[in-house]
Design a protein around this ligand. Structure first.
Ligand code: SAM
Length: 296
């Protein structure tokens, strides 16, 4: 989560590159001007969103002028993007595992490294024949739970979050994508009584409260409880690893995402909680990112 995948490198150029509606008129003019303020792909996606046109439509008719309302909307969005606001919040959606999810500032913007967590979870599910029960801790926008429900129809999904607003977004996404998931408001396992699962997945808040990245571009717009445990970055992982064994069937598995420098701590916490086969995988940039423990 620490890296800002939305890359707000261009934030500081905005002031000098302000667009002048007197000078820029057509789609082509706007895209050229917008690229001086924000990343080229972001500029195109914002232009597509404002004009409600596809990329192909914009490219084949670049001479068409934007309406005054479109110009105003685009200027406002470019200003916000140049100020570091995540693209997903401006578009109101983000893609995850080949599907489009509604996203609001109440939820973490889905990260590509979490797609790797979904892939690992699906590999675990493929090992278990028949019906399986899966729990997603900290569901956010619902990307993990919904992806697992749709990609592995034999899985019965339960998903929890502390945030009522996040649960609302996740419910809307599940309905829109046709996924069957039982959503619950819960402080980690508190609302689950003695329910047990074959697989528990989590992308918990794992940034330490004093990490300066929290105040940086991108992250400062995201819900703080989705990012930090307000402690050392391992508090949520500790709470989850300690309680998970009493919510897993024998041979059950806990799989979670963590910070690039938390792999050794994650494995130690899994071992201390009684898990066997504690294992960590690296993300595409070579950082330890996902750990798994399995019960005997
Ligand atoms: C890093 S976000 C993950 C969101 C989503 N699963 C994803 O991967 O994009 C962590 C989520 O955990 C939730 N959360 C934080 N503390 C919690 C707690 N004590 N109990 C339940 N959920 C919690 C946050 O509200 C947030 O939605």
């Amino acid at each position: 989560m620490i890296r800002d995948r939305n890359g707000a490198d261009h934030a500081n150029r905005a002031a000098t590159d302000a667009l002048s509606p007197d000078m820029v008129k057509t789609r082509a003019d706007w895209i050229r001007a917008a690229r001086r303020q924000v990343d080229a792909l972001d500029a195109r996606l914002l232009l597509q969103a404002v004009t409600r046109r596809t990329h192909a439509e914009l490219m084949t008719r670049p001479e068409i002028a934007l309406s005054p309302a479109e110009q105003e909307d685009l200027e406002a969005l470019l200003r916000r993007r140049a100020n570091g606001e995540p693209l997903a919040y401006l578009l109101g959606s983000a893609d995850f595992y080949g599907r489009r999810f509604r996203v609001s500032p109440a939820v973490l913007t889905p990260r590509p490294e979490t797609e790797e967590l979904a892939t690992r979870a699906l590999a675990e599910l493929a090992r278990i024949p028949g019906k399986v029960r899966v729990l997603d801790l900290g569901v956010g926008s619902g990307v993990l739970a919904i992806t697992l429900a749709l990609e592995h129809p034999a899985a019965e999904l339960v998903a929890i979050d502390l945030s009522a607003e996040a649960l609302e977004v996740a419910r809307l996404n599940a309905a829109a994508l046709g996924a069957s998931v039982r959503f619950l408001a819960s402080d980690w396992f508190s609302a689950l009584a003695d329910e047990r699962f074959h697989l528990i997945v989590a992308n918990p808040p794992y940034i330490a409260a004093d990490d300066p990245h929290l105040a940086g571009d991108g992250l400062r717009f995201e819900p703080r409880p989705a990012l930090t445990d307000e402690a050392d970055g391992l508090a949520a992982i500790r709470a989850i690893t300690v309680a998970a064994p009493s919510h897993l069937h024998p041979g059950g598995c806990l799989l979670f995402e963590h910070g690039w420098n938390q792999g050794a701590d994650a494995r130690a916490l899994l071992a201390a909680a009684g898990f066997e086969e504690a294992q960590t995988w690296r993300d595409l940039s070579g950082q330890e990112r996902i750990s798994r423990g399995r019960l005997a």
